[in-house]
Ligand binder design. Sequence first.
Ligand code: A5P
Length: 235
Amino acid sequence: MGDTEAIKKILGTQAVDRFVENGMRLGLGTGSTAIWAARRVAARIADGSLRGIRAVVTSLQTELEARALGIPVFTLNDAALDCTLDLTIDGADEIDPARNLIKGGGGALLMEKIIAYSSRRLLIIAGASKLSARLCDSFAIPLEVAADAVATVSRRIREMGGEAAIRIAVRKAGPVVTDLGNLLLDVTFRQAFDPQRMEDELKVIPGVLENGLFTKKKPELLIGHSEDNVEYRTA
Ligand code: A5P
């Protein structure tokens, strides 16, 4: 069952109210859940209860919302951030019992990984429907791929025992083009795999700019089971 908008809003709101502090360098994630955290940050800045936030965004979706709502937006190239964020709040598409993640359903995996792996703490907010016994059970692994490498990467994936499908846009003819101008391949493996090793194996395929396995940075989880049952998990 899909997670309701009400649960997503509660998760975004709680994430900010419980974990964001004045002066933080804050990563803002992408998707229909993480956007509620950006909205809460903006509301708290506007009412004066949150000060000194410097945000880095993971996508155009979040950048447009953050700028329109008056959140100060930086990039990791700004010297003032010293290449480090205190906390990133983001969503996920699939979460296994070891807190490995699949991300990139919104196509923002490249910036999401740069920002997540540059953060001291990563807080993932997600409805309970995202919990899974094994990654790839219900969601494919997205790869951000240079357009000219789609065929060679797809062949390599087949050699690895997987299947790759170009992500096709909705309300635009042809493929999804990411914020950074690349294409997406959604990859499935029927056989069991080690998520950490697979993240590394996908990473080194020529033409793959990033993959949607997030295994190197163990996140803290805020899981919405229902509107009045939000679980905070660190193990
Ligand atoms: C964006 O590329 C993704 O990693 C999102 O964080 C993920 O798809 C979760 O999105 P929802 O909160 O909309 O399900």
